[in-house]
Design a protein around this ligand. Structure first.
Ligand SMILES: C[S@@+](CC[C@H](N)C(=O)[O-])C[C@H]1O[C@@H](n2cnc3c(N)ncnc32)[C@H](O)[C@@H]1O
Length: 274
């Protein structure tokens, strides 16, 4: 698939997906809470310039704008950019500085103009290593010296764990998908079942760090975002009980860097400094 086709595929996939609501549902709430925690761990104080490349419907971008940051969102899916603009309009005191259709491989910002770059999507949607490196090099170019990048990846083993815990491991249509994931990380979904996601690349933990290093970032942290917490059978009950939610978050935080379980997460996060 060439670059233009893969972008069309992404627009097609998200036509039926609801990115504006996703992070309020099920275990995505754990992804949301942990991503916010990991962003705040390294974000410089406001005011500072943040580029959210692959910002989707603007959940993190609007949250950061509300905290006083100058946030520029870009995403190749026009529907997401419209949703981000609508979310921004709901916080007129703290709107997004910009929200445009764009591609993380070709940022429009100038050299050394940003304090922080979020790449929470492009690194798993870009199936070619060279495209992922281009995206990371662009983040490096636009960051000031000392600026921080956050890159989310999907774990190589996520579809195996997800199929086992969610009950579709035995689906004959899914068997070749998970087999290829485990073989080389190239996730392909030839079915029209959106539960099986779209074409993507699933990283092993060390690969994500190596891609950051290739783009000349110093890797500050490599962590599991959800750790094994996303596999909880009774996730909603745990999450809705404040005491259990804190216990779950504390456990996930405690083992976030543990090498023997890093791949058991749904998403990995590398945090790098220019
Ligand atoms: C699952 S969504 C995540 C959205 C948001 N960042 C979040 O973490 O909730 C992945 C996003 O990456 C975007 N994306 C895919 N390829 C991209 C590219 N080459 N450049 C920028 N964004 C891209 C998609 O359009 C989508 O909005």
């Amino acid at each position: 698939m060439n670059g233009a086709d893969s972008q069309k595929e992404i627009v097609h996939y998200y036509a039926d997906a609801d990115e504006a609501a996703r992070l309020r549902q099920g275990w995505f709430r754990l992804e949301h809470a942990r991503t916010q925690e990991l962003i705040l761990r390294h974000l410089p104080p406001s005011p500072a310039v943040v580029i959210d490349a692959g910002g989707g419907a603007g959940v993190y971008a609007c949250w950061l704008a509300a905290r006083g940051y100058e946030v520029h969102l870009l995403d190749p899916v026009p529907k997401h950019v419209e949703q981000a603009r609508a979310a921004s309009a709901l916080q007129p005191e703290h709107p997004l500085a910009s929200a445009e259709v764009g591609d993380a491989r070709r940022l429009t910002q100038g050299d050394s103009s940003a304090d922080a770059v979020l790449l929470l999507g492009p690194l798993y949607h870009l199936i070619e290593k060279e495209d992922r490196l281009r995206c990371l090099r662009e983040a490096h170019r636009v960051l000031r010296p000392g600026g921080i990048v956050w890159g989310a990846a999907i774990s190589r083993f996520a579809s195996l764990f997800d199929s086992l815990s969610s009950g579709f491991f035995a689906d004959p249509a899914f068997a070749p998908i998970v087999a290829r994931d485990l073989e080389d990380g190239q996730h392909r979904n030839p079915t029209d079942n959106p539960i099986y996601f779209t074409d993507a690349y699933f990283h092993k933990p060390g690969e994500l760090s190596r891609e950051f290093l290739s783009a000349e970032f110093k890797v500050l942290e490599l962590v599991g975002i959800e750790g094994p917490g996303w596999l909880a059978r009774d996730f909603d009950r745990l999450w809705n009980d404040p005491t259990q939610r804190e216990r779950l978050l504390a456990a996930v935080r405690k083992i976030e860097k543990e090498p023997s379980v890093l791949g058991a997460t749904s998403h990995l996060m590398a945090i790098g400094r220019k």
